[in-house]
Design a protein around this ligand. Structure first.
Ligand SMILES: Cc1cc2nc3c(=O)[nH]c(=O)nc-3n(C[C@H](O)[C@H](O)[C@H](O)COP(=O)(O)OP(=O)(O)OC[C@H]3O[C@@H](n4cnc5c(N)ncnc54)[C@H](O)[C@@H]3O)c2cc1C
Length: 468
């Protein structure tokens, strides 16, 4: 049951601020360990970026394009067996661009087939590349970046880099300049067994999560914005939520890392050194999306579940976020995502820069959104001829939309760049009782990364609460 701030208790052991997958999972783990947990979410709905919305008879999933098989284990261990059973494999992932057009199950075996048979790469080199990824260790001092990694195995093969890198750029905003370890971890997670989805949709998953949290005794408050961390004797002693002080021994923020430190806490509590480290953390890029719903009774033949399309001649991470959009990922939701329904929806996702959207006048913003929708439908027509006539609903989201709904600085959809991980993981070592779990450092993003990070930090909170 969702509560209002006015109905909350005066004191909790821990306040989890933000109900994204990291916050939701952390709250559940901590409640199961017997702690008194308040989950405070500023929006009226749970889920954060892992959300959905209903319009004109359609349900649109915002971030259910796919995640690695690891999500099944995470749901089973930290949520419920019933939820884990809803995890189903996505059948086909397609790539269509000027360099190649291929269809894959997105597994190591199938990617090897494409690299060898379609892109003529030597099989031994492919195997060595996978071996290097498998041997990558987060704690090694390996300073190689993605550009160097690809240059080592596939020099001057922009097409190969495109196949290997483009889906990951979409998934977490990373570029060739990111540390190769981030690519190694995320790509290997997917390659282990392909791409998976949640049967029943995001709405069912969040509904099941809410029930599980309530069963485990979590107080869940929506429209509950954490405005300030209250410090007493150099430790966290509470939080101001919608102007009301609620006492607690610790706060775990699932909100944006930089906002947590700079706005909720404030500079005064940071040492000079830590402040300098925090100031170096860069936000990751943002996203745009176009949502398309089909008229009742309309349908189309199967075209794959995930379709990475581009009209740009080669892989270029900068072009993937350019305001002149050339690359889009289509997530195609057939009725079987929600068994028993007959709704077809398509969500096109693009990586975007906040700066390209923020200075537009109201009129320009509206026009640009319409342009985004129209261009997307034109591109989609190549895969579903005559699609325009079958549509009864379209809408677009921009970095401004993501900022408005999640309060993430600059609408950042994938948290921070790599350096944010260290700050997030060690925040509680600098500020007694303040923890962070949420998209950071590229590795800890996506459904699996965020949920697992929630568990990692819940363990830290558990230790802290036990000893205080
Ligand atoms: C367009 C798009 C598509 C995506 N597709 C996929 C996909 O297919 N597969 C995948 O694995 N990942 C995908 N992702 C990424 C994935 O959804 C996110 O990485 C993940 O859901 C983030 O979880 P999180 O725990 O970091 O929290 P977030 O989802 O970032 O949520 C943070 C929460 O904190 C709340 N909050 C913020 N400030 C406050 C405050 N002051 N007080 C209270 N609450 C506050 C916000 O409202 C929000 O609910 C996608 C992301 C985007 C943007």
């Amino acid at each position: 049951m969702l509560k209002k701030v006015s109905n909350l208790e005066e004191e909790y052991d821990i306040i989890v601020a933000g109900a994204g997958l990291g916050g939701l999972t952390a709250a559940n783990v901590l409640a199961k360990r017997g702690w008194k947990v308040l989950l405070a979410e500023q929006h009226s709905m749970l889920g954060g970026l892992a959300t959905y919305f209903k319009r004109k008879g359609h349900i649109f999933d915002v971030a259910l394009h796919g995640f690695p098989i690891g999500m099944k284990k995470t749901l089973r261990k930290y949520w419920s067996k019933e939820m884990a059973e809803k995890i189903k494999q996505v059948k086909s992932v397609r790539f269509d661009n000027p360099q190649f057009s291929v269809e894959t199950t997105f597994t190591e075996e199938d990617f090897t087939r494409i690299l060898v048979e379609d892109l003529n790469v030597d099989k031994k080199t492919v195997n060595e590349f996978y071996k290097e990824l498998a041997n990558m260790n987060f704690f090694d001092e390996n300073q190689m970046n993605n550009r160097e990694l690809f240059e080592k195995y596939f020099p001057d093969r922009n097409d190969v880099v495109r196949l290997l890198m483009e889906p990951i750029t979409y998934a977490n905003g990373s570029t060739l300049d990111e540390p190769a370890i981030t690519y190694g971890i995320v790509f290997s997670n997917f390659m282990s067994k392909g791409v998976y989805t949640f049967e029943g949709g995001t709405d069912l998953m969040l509904d099941m999560m809410e029930k599980e949290l309530t069963k485990n005794g979590v107080d869940i408050a929506t429209c509950a914005k954490v405005e300030e961390i209250v410090m007493e004797d150099n430790k966290v002693a509470g939080a101001i939520i919608n102007g009301k002080k609620i006492k607690c021994k610790g706060v775990m923020s699932n909100g944006n890392l930089l906002k947590t430190i700079n706005e909720w806490l404030g500079e005064d509590y940071l040492t000079k050194e830590f402040s300098a480290t925090v100031n170096k953390v860069r936000l990751n890029t943002s996203s745009s999306q176009v949502y398309i719903g089909l008229k009742k009774g309309e349908s189309f033949d199967y075209i794959g579940d995930l379709l990475f399309t581009s009209t740009y001649p080669e892989y270029d991470a900068a072009k993937l976020i350019d305001k002149n959009i050339t690359s889009r990922t289509f997530s195609v939701y057939y009725p079987d995502i929600r068994p028993g329904t007959d709704d077809y929806t398509i969500v096109a996702s693009m990586n975007s820069k906040y700066e390209d959207w923020i200075d537009l006048s109201k009129e320009e913003y509206k026009e640009k959104k319409q342009e985004l929708i129209d261009d997307t439908i034109k591109i989609l027509d190549k895969y579903i001829p005559g699609i325009a006539d079958k549509i009864d609903y379209t809408e677009a989201a921009t970095p401004k939309t993501f900022e408005r709904y999640t309060l993430h600085g600059k609408g950042s959809s994938f948290g921070t760049k790599f350096e944010g991980l260290d700050v997030s993981m060690n925040l509680h070592k600098h500020i007694n009782g303040l923890f962070h779990a949420g998209s950071v450092g590229i590795i800890m993003s996506g459904w699996l990364g965020a949920a697992n990070y929630g568990v990692i930090m819940a363990n830290e909170v558990d230790k802290y609460l036990t000893s205080n």
